[in-house]
Design a protein around this ligand. Structure first.
Ligand SMILES: Cc1cc2nc3c(=O)[nH]c(=O)nc-3n(C[C@H](O)[C@H](O)[C@H](O)COP(=O)(O)OP(=O)(O)OC[C@H]3O[C@@H](n4cnc5c(N)ncnc54)[C@H](O)[C@@H]3O)c2cc1C
Length: 507
């Protein structure tokens, strides 16, 4: 009889795990508490606008291509992917606006205009970042990191030396560049990782490679097209989706999870992949004796920032804005301190404005603009209407100043979203937006483990376990957890590799 697997959560990790398990012949049921799939990458429609609720940067396109190819289709079967050029634009503290070109020769000329010699140095910097990307994405992210022993293979050890785990991004960048605009530009991708550049391993210059070399892309119709495509793949493989059904408990008998409780009813399974927020699964779904981690462990974790978000519909176009706009027009050090060191509402925040209607007519009514605003903020805070209004007004004022266009009178739709919403919608620990910060002490086998130590057939997937936050890592996380489960159930041979294209690890 086919093994029956319960997957908790229909975000990227749950969807990818479900596909992998179903393709291997398991009978998979996905329980998702919300009415729609996609988790943090859901979309909603209002007044003719289609708003992506979370991620907006489509990076590392090969991860998506490899995912769909694994199940016999291609990205193009699910959505049209376009490369953005310029990749994004940045507003600096001196009020200047710079478009970041997609082509490397143009980017080199731009950097050269700021700092003589920086064009040449960019090549060297990117060459090193390429090695990290290829080793990191080709090998490390596919390790379940259940034990440090996985990293003891000679090949990995020697490659690992090139990854500069012990240097930090801040120092690494300063070995190449000194102009403040270049440093800001190259430090921006690590902000995604949720720690200050000085606390982020230099390994993560691989994100600069992803940004600059592999490019910024956009799926027409919006980011929610990605989980929609994945769910279609899963349905074809026979996955049973139960949306609007929250798992209330994982039932353990002896050292095995034998059922999940949903709507008060026990549903029996042979194994469970928990792809909801790790902390929620541990503290709400499992009895204390079966948990991997104590309350003190969670208290000691460094969380990535949460976000204060606004979904805004404007009844006119706003000239001067690109698809992605980074407002780095305030002091980053001050904002970072107010996120990480002395958590508080920011005094003068950096923010990000995404205008997908610049690229995609389908996300706003004719002649109108779809605007998404994101302010990174410390986790574990509370907001009221007054706070949310205050920051909204500030972002709009800065957008108006930059574009020279009145925007406030043209707001015809507005919805804000912050910690409380992350908690209500996703059971997010401390209202986090993208999981744990990628500091050295929270990397690879030092992250919350993918396997429960006491319950043999319970696995975790998603942005709080390996390899970490972000859409591509969450997709990979689901695949790796499913692979581990299949191998431990004896359905897949231990020797079978899950790495899509091993020859990429040529460094
Ligand atoms: C505002 C924002 C912007 C971001 N920007 C980017 C970006 O530009 N690019 C990028 O790559 N990444 C970005 N990220 C990160 C990326 O979106 C996440 O890392 C990724 O979506 C996490 O996927 P996941 O499957 O681990 O978790 P989730 O998306 O949270 O999915 C978990 C699912 O489990 C469900 N669930 C929880 N508990 C239960 C339960 N008891 N029963 C049933 N269901 C349950 C939840 O409802 C949820 O649907 C962003 C995230 C946010 C929030």
């Amino acid at each position: 009889m086919n093994k029956r697997i319960a997957v908790i959560g229909g975000g990227f990790a749950g969807l990818s795990a479900a596909c992998e398990l179903a393709q291997a012949g398991c009978a998979v049921t996905v329980f998702e508490k919300n009415q729609s799939l996609g988790g943090r990458c859901r979309a909603f429609e209002s007044n003719g606008f289609v708003f992506d609720m979370g991620p907006s940067w489509y990076w590392m396109p090969e991860v998506f291509e490899q995912f769909f190819q694994r199940f016999g289709s291609r990205v193009a079967d699910h959505y049209e992917l376009v490369r953005l050029d310029p990749s994004y634009q940045v507003v600096f503290e001196d009020g200047s606006t710079t478009e970041i070109p997609a082509g490397i020769p143009d980017l080199k000329s731009l950097l050269e205009s700021w700092e003589p010699g920086a064009g040449q140095k960019l090549e060297l910097f990117l060459e090193e970042a390429r090695i990290k990307y290829e080793v990191g994405m080709g090998e490390f992210v596919w390790k379940p990191s259940v034990s440090i022993v996985e990293f003891f293979e000679w090949k990995i050890l020697t490659q690992g030396l090139k990854l500069q785990l012990f240097g930090n991004m801040k120092a690494h960048l300063r070995k190449y560049f000194s102009h403040p605009k270049i440093l800001k530009l190259l430090e921006f991708p690590v902000l995604f990782l949720g720690a200050k550049p000085g606390d982020t391993p230099a390994l993560y210059s691989l994100m600069n490679y992803a940004d600059i070399q592999l490019g910024t892309w956009y799926p027409m119709g919006g980011m929610a097209k990605i989980p929609e495509g994945m769910a279609n793949v899963a349905r074809k493989l026979g996955v049973d989706f139960r949306c609007g059904h929250e798992v209330q408990k994982i039932h353990v008998q002896g050292d095995r999870a034998n059922a999940v409780v949903v709507d008060g009813t026990m549903h029996h399974f042979d194994a469970v992949i928990a792809a909801g927020d790790y902390h929620h699964v541990e503290t709400r779904l499992l009895e204390k004796p079966f948990r991997n981690y104590s309350d003190d462990y969670w208290k000691s974790r460094t969380m990535a920032p949460s976000s204060l978000l606004y979904y805004v519909g404007l009844d006119q176009k706003i000239p001067g804005l690109k698809h992605h706009n980074l407002f780095f027009d305030r002091d980053f050090e001050v904002h970072a301190r107010e996120i990480y060191d002395e958590p508080q509402w920011p005094s003068a925040p950096l923010f990000y404005a995404c205008v997908p209607s610049v690229t995609d007519k389908s996300v706003a009514p004719e002649g109108m603009e779809n605007l998404f605003l994101l302010i990174p903020v410390a986790p574990d805070m509370r907001s009221d209407e007054a706070i949310r209004d205050k920051y909204f007004d500030e972002c709009i004022a800065r957008l108006e100043k930059q574009t020279g266009v009145a925007i406030a009178p043209h707001v015809i739709y507005k919805r804000s979203y912050a910690h409380e919403d992350f908690m209500a919608d996703y059971h997010s620990f401390k209202g986090n937006a993208y999981g744990l910060a990628n500091t050295l002490s929270q990397t690879a086998f030092l992250k919350p483990k993918m396997k429960n130590k006491k319950v043999k057939n319970l696995y975790y997937a998603g942005q709080l376990t390996v390899p970490g936050p972000g859409v591509p890592p969450s997709i990979i996380s689901g695949l790796v957890a499913a692979d581990l489960c299949l191998k431990e159930m004896g359905i897949r041979s231990q020797n079978e590799s899950i790495i899509p294209n091993e020859k990429r690890t040529r460094a």
